[in-house]
Design a protein around this ligand. Structure first.
Ligand code: AMP
Length: 230
């Protein structure tokens, strides 16, 4: 049976922390009207709300460890139901992050009669990641992102886009936590590249290129994928 869901895209961005997943995800979501699900941001919202999930997640996130998969899978499953009718599918940013989550996602998608459209792996040199993460800043007012070393604001601590004074640094971008996050990535998330490559679902993209160059490569690949015929 052909349902509207069958045509919904499911795009996954894989890559280490600092590889630019969030930047590309936001642009792709806008370009294709996709529902952008950013797991890290969703968990940070739960922490701000001081919900049960937030309280549990905080301990792991502060240490740079992965939040238990059953918690994350239920957060994603609940988030996926909130797609708007005009959205053309899902853009998963920061999920799945290990094999358990990838298998959990397969089950959620089967339930929704959806398939993974494509997985993009943003490949990066690890030393560059440390610089990208350790100097990362964002504006709490408009969300604009900066890097005090690689892409500084005109005036220190002041958002170029909206003028807000007082940029935020993520607690888990502290140098000692960055190391833990990269270890978690190497041990748990990196094997997913192989998992999706074996299923012929994964393209590798050089994450060290200019933002626009990467975006062009992603959209070219997505545009080539034929929509399923019901
Ligand atoms: P991010 O914003 O993607 O860098 O994620 C920040 C933190 O949120 C990670 O270091 C983890 O502690 C947690 N997190 C985000 N996504 C996941 C996930 N899929 N599984 C487990 N923990 C996650």
């Amino acid at each position: 049976m052909m349902t509207a869901e069958l045509t919904k895209k499911v795009i996954i961005l894989l890559g280490p922390p600092g590889s630019g997943k969030g930047t590309q995800a936001a642009q792709l979501a806008k370009h294709y009207q996709l529902f952008h699900i950013d797991t890290g941001a969703a968990l940070r919202t739960e922490i701000k709300l001081n919900s049960d999930v937030g309280q549990l997640a905080k301990g792991y996130m502060d240490k740079g460890q992965l939040v238990p998969s059953d918690v994350v899978i239920s957060v994603i499953e609940a988030a996926m139901t909130r797609i708007e009718p005009n959205q053309s599918g899902y853009l998963l940013d920061g999920f799945p992050r290990n094999l358990t989550q990838a298998e959990g996602l397969d089950k959620v998608l089967a339930h929704l009669h959806l398939n993974i459209t494509r997985v993009f792996y943003l490949e990066m040199d690890h030393q560059l990641l440390v610089d990208r993460l350790a100097y990362r800043q964002s504006c709490p007012q408009c969300g604009e992102k900066y890097n005090s070393k690689l892409n500084p604001t005109q005036v220190a601590d002041t958002c170029d886009a909206c003028g807000h004074v007082g940029l935020e640094v993520r607690k888990d971008d502290a140098p000692e936590v960055i190391g833990e996050r990269l270890i978690a990535y190497n041990n748990e998330t990196a094997p997913l590249v192989n998992y999706y490559q074996e299923r012929n679902l994964c393209d590798t993209v050089n994450g060290q290129q200019a933002i626009d160059t990467i975006f062009k490569q992603l959209t070219t690949a997505i545009d080539k994928i034929a929509q399923p015929v019901g």
